[in-house]
Design a protein around this ligand. Sequence first.
Ligand SMILES: Cc1cc2nc3c(=O)[nH]c(=O)nc-3n(C[C@H](O)[C@H](O)[C@H](O)COP(=O)(O)O)c2cc1C
Length: 130
Amino acid sequence: MTETVLTGTVVPGDRRGRELGFPTANVELHDSEATLPPDGVYEGWLEDMGGIRRLAAVSIGGRPTYYGAHGARLLEAYVLDFSGDLYGQRVRVGVRSVVRGQERFSSSEQLIAQMHRDVEAVRRVASARA
Ligand SMILES: Cc1cc2nc3c(=O)[nH]c(=O)nc-3n(C[C@H](O)[C@H](O)[C@H](O)COP(=O)(O)O)c2cc1C
């Protein structure tokens, strides 16, 4: 298994994630963008400042549903089974198996439905590895 580990600070996003029911930690990377894996949705983990590591669905890309082909590339992590606040924290993110590529959906509802499937895929991949 290849695993890319990145370090960054959690910064406020557009807050849309909360509206969608999938709040994400938007991670401003300390590493150069060259280390960022290709755009896609990945099974991964996020480790908070206290060293607690949790399973995450990691999205890398320009959010084509909202910004077309020209959105700034960013790394966002939806941390599973977690409702805390990570803003301002220096975190580490592990990017592991790719689940799918980034897609442009024609509505937020379609993206939400896909994110539910992504979370199930992430759980399946993680439990198959354990
Ligand atoms: C598991 C996951 C999969 C995602 N897949 C896509 C995608 O295929 N296309 C897309 O445009 N955005 C995708 N996103 C990004 C969402 O558009 C983004 O999280 C949402 O717009 C909230 O942005 P914000 O954190 O800046 O508010 C994904 C996010 C997550 C967590």
